[in-house]
Design a protein around this ligand. Structure first.
Ligand code: C2G
Length: 131
């Protein structure tokens, strides 16, 4: 069984997120999504989520491509996560290209996938504010 992992906030879940999760799952048999907690989002990414962690987790768990959702509490946990969950492949959108190559030293394949253009949580919020 090939195990894949990816990380993110996934607020205001949209088709760009789904495209990422679908392609990530296609790289293996089991997909772990490490979901940024509300505290991590605010303290480290200055993101104030519309949906709480529990709401975002429930949404992700309803997606056919997702097998497990666990919390992302800090930037440093990736190295231990890939061992704890016996990960073969780490996947992120290409806005992160190069940022996680250190995981190759842990024996993990690192894949950056093209983002889905024109959609983002920020774009959704901006568009709604204009109406
Ligand atoms: N994404 C995408 N296309 C979009 C929007 C997002 O492919 N139009 C991808 C991002 O590249 C990322 C994932 O969907 O791989 C989740 O996006 P975010 O929730 O914005 O995640 P981010 O804030 O980048 O958090 O430790 C890593 C961080 O937790 C990543």
């Amino acid at each position: 069984m090939k195990r894949v992992i990816t990380y993110g906030t996934f607020d205001l879940l949209h088709y760009g997120h789904i495209n990422l999760l679908k392609r990530a799952k296609a790289l293996g048999d089991y997909l772990v999504v490490v979901l940024s907690t509300d505290e991590f989002n605010w303290n480290e990414k200055q993101k104030k989520c519309y949906f709480t962690y529990e709401q975002r987790k429930a949404l992700l768990e309803s997606i056919r491509y997702v097998d497990l959702v666990i919390p992302e509490n800090n930037w440093e946990q990736k190295k231990s996560d890939v061992h704890e969950y016996h990960i073969d492949t780490f996947v992120m959108g290409d806005d992160w290209t190069g940022k996680f190559d250190f995981l190759k030293d842990e024996g993990v394949e690192v894949v950056y996938l093209p983002r889905t253009p024109e959609i983002s949580t920020t774009q959704i919020k901006n568009d709604l504010n204009k109406k």
